[in-house]
Structure formats: structure tokens, C-alpha cells
Design a protein around this ligand. Structure first.
Ligand SMILES: Nc1ncnc2c1ncn2[C@@H]1O[C@H](COP(=O)(O)OP(=O)(O)OP(=O)(O)O)[C@@H](O)[C@H]1O
Length: 306
């Protein structure tokens, strides 16, 4: 397992910022941590990377407990925090060598590793330029370079495209995709479309809790689908509900309760289900359009640029 968190919870003073965060990442690829501002993304990432000590729960990187063996675990992690930890009065070369030393990399391998990572991130031509004199997009690349310098298994990036202009964003996404060919990337964003563009899997966090965790495809079909929850005294077979015009999928939640996904107008589907119930003797007791926390969150995220 590349990353595993067990009931991760954190309290700043008296309030829980995150609660029972369980994440399991077994395969390479790009995994998005999606959530609106204040959802708990940075808190989760800081704990995963060992820069913040959790109040409760455990983190394992490559099966190594981060709290018990921080040095070993940190060798497997590259972290780009929300504000990249750049020393702006150093040149790119000086800074990357310094980072390599901090990472306790083998001295004889530092030069080659720095050269390789500069090439990778497209910053080799600025090797001796002061970080202070770089544009935001290039600074971000330097931040990414320090995160992958030691070839970690897991690269964690906290809102890596935030604050970049549209062209820089395209470049940064390209770089993230390239990095994901060799590393597992966990990145956070509050922009749904960004996660959609990049990720294989999405973990959505809201109010400090995971509210969705599945493939991007599952996320999209959930986000686009409409559903009603119906409660019946004499539920028919699934096939009978599927016969109602506009119904696309039926999932029974209990003997008497089903989630009915539909296409089209909600008033029309309600009328048709009521009619089908009367005709078929389903004994419809309740019908409610599904409105959960996710609907609100989707709206919020879609409005922030998605
Ligand atoms: N140092 C701190 N002290 C007290 N509360 C904090 C601290 N850092 C974060 N919080 C609170 O914890 C909650 C989660 O914050 P966090 O920064 O993890 O969210 P986020 O999803 O990363 O949001 P953003 O995208 O705005 O950074 C928020 O309610 C925030 O106000």
C-alpha cells in the first residue's frame, strides 16, 4: 500500500478540523483531494507528510508508520505545500542542492539528481538565476522539483495550480501528468474541473470528513444523475420500476426503500412513479428528491471555476 490513513483526526485548539479520514492508495496514478476552502485538505496533507502531528489516527507510507519512523517514511514522500518552501535569495541550483542535503541524499548522487530534476521540470536554463527573480509559474516548478528530487514513491501537492495564470496552469498540469508516470501523486484542489482533468480517482472532503471516494467516472455519473428515494409498502421487482419511462437505474437500499435514478424532469418522474404505484399496487408512502451534502458541495465547487 503506497498510502494508508487510519481514522485520521485533527483538532486545532477545541475544534476538529478533520475527522476519521481513511484513505487507501494502492496503485500509481493521480488521486485528487477535492474540497471547498476550509474543508480540511491542507490539514490532511500536512499530517500525511509529517509536518503536522495528528491528534488521532495513523498514517502509513509504503507500510511505514510516519509517526513512529518519520525519517524512513519521509524518504518516500515528496511534498509541495500550499506555499512552496522556497529560499528566494538562493539560485535554483543552490536551493536544490540544499534540499538534497536536507533529504540526506547520498552526496555522490546529488549533482546528477539535481540536473535530472531541472531537466524534468523545464528549469535547467535558469539554473543560476535567483529564485526571487523567477515568475510565479517557474517558482512553482522549482517547488515541484524539490518535491520529486529524491524520487519518492508518493508526491503530495497542495493546490499546485492555485495562483497560476491559464497558460502556467496548462504547463503545470502537463508536468504533474509526467510526474505521475513514475510516482503516485496526491494533489488537492477546490476546483472540480481541475480534478476532472487530471485524476483517476477522487476523494472528496467536506467539513473535515470524506463524503465521496471513488473513481472519477463514478464521481461524474453521481454528479450528473438525478435520483429520488421512494418508500413503498409492497415494493415491486426492480424490473417493474425500470419500466417507468425515464428511470435509468434502481438500487434497493432496504426491503422497502429504493434509490431511483432518472433522466429528465423531476415533476414528471414523480407523477409517473405515483401512477405506476397506483397501477401496480406498490403502496408508495414517500417520494423525495435526493438532496445530500454532495449536491450542495458540487454547486459550490462548480461555481469556483469548475
Ligand atoms: N493553525 C490552525 N489553527 C486553527 N484552525 C486551523 C488552523 N489551520 C486550519 N484551521 C482550520 O481547520 C479547518 C481546515 O483547514 P484546512 O486548511 O485544512 O482546509 P483546506 O481544505 O486546506 O482549505 P484551504 O483550501 O482554504 O486551505 C478550517 O476550518 C480552518 O479554519
Amino acid at each position: 500500500m503506497i498510502l494508508k490513513t487510519e481514522n485520521l483526526s485533527h483538532k486545532y485548539s477545541s475544534n476538529w478540523a478533520i475527522r476519521d479520514i481513511n484513505i487507501e492508495i494502492a496503485e500509481a496514478g493521480i488521486i485528487g483531494l477535492l474540497g471547498s476552502n476550509g474543508a480540511g485538505k491542507s490539514t490532511t496533507m500536512n499530517i500525511i507528510c509529517g509536518t503536522l502531528n495528528q491528534t488521532e489516527g495513523n498514517v502509513f507510507i509504503n507500510d511505514i508508520d510516519v509517526r513512529k519512523h518519520p525519517m524512513e517514511a519521509k524518504k518516500q514522500i515528496g511534498f509541495l505545500p500550499q506555499t512552496p518552501p522556497l529560499y528566494t535569495d538562493l539560485t535554483i541550483d543552490e536551493y536544490l542542492v540544499y534540499c538534497a542535503e536536507l533529504r540526506l541524499m547520498d552526496k555522490t548522487k546529488i549533482k546528477a539528481a539535481v540536473a535530472e530534476v531541472k531537466e524534468r521540470c523545464g528549469i535547467a536554463h535558469f539554473s543560476s538565476r535567483l529564485i526571487n527573480n523567477l515568475s510565479g509559474g517557474y517558482r512553482q516548478r522549482v517547488g515541484i522539483a524539490q518535491a520529486i528530487l529524491h524520487k519518492p514513491k508518493l508526491v503530495v501537492m497542495d493546490e499546485p495550480t492555485n495562483g497560476l495564470d491559464p497558460n502556467q496552469m496548462i504547463e503545470a498540469r502537463k508536468l504533474i501528468r509526467e510526474i505521475a508516470e513514475e510516482h503516485t501523486v496526491l494533489f488537492s484542489s477546490h476546483v472540480l474541473s481541475e480534478v476532472n482533468l487530471l485524476c483517476r480517482e477522487v476523494i472528496m472532503i467536506e467539513g473535515g470528513r470524506i463524503v465521496f471516494s471513488d473513481s472519477m467516472d463514478a464521481f461524474n455519473s453521481y454528479a450528473q444523475s438525478n435520483a429520488v428515494i421512494i418508500r413503498m409498502v409492497n415494493p415491486p421487482a426492480t424490473a417493474d420500476i425500470l419500466k417507468v419511462n425515464g428511470v435509468t437505474e434502481v438500487n434497493f437500499l432496504s426491503d422497502k426503500q429504493a434509490r431511483v435514478f432518472f433522466e429528465g424532469n423531476e415533476d414528471e418522474i414523480t407523477a409517473r412513479l405515483v401512477a405506476a404505484s397506483v397501477a401496480g399496487g406498490w403502496g408508495l408512502k414517500e417520494i423525495n428528491l435526493e438532496k445530500g451534502v454532495l449536491d450542495e458541495v458540487f454547486k459550490q465547487l462548480s461555481n469556483t471555476g469548475g
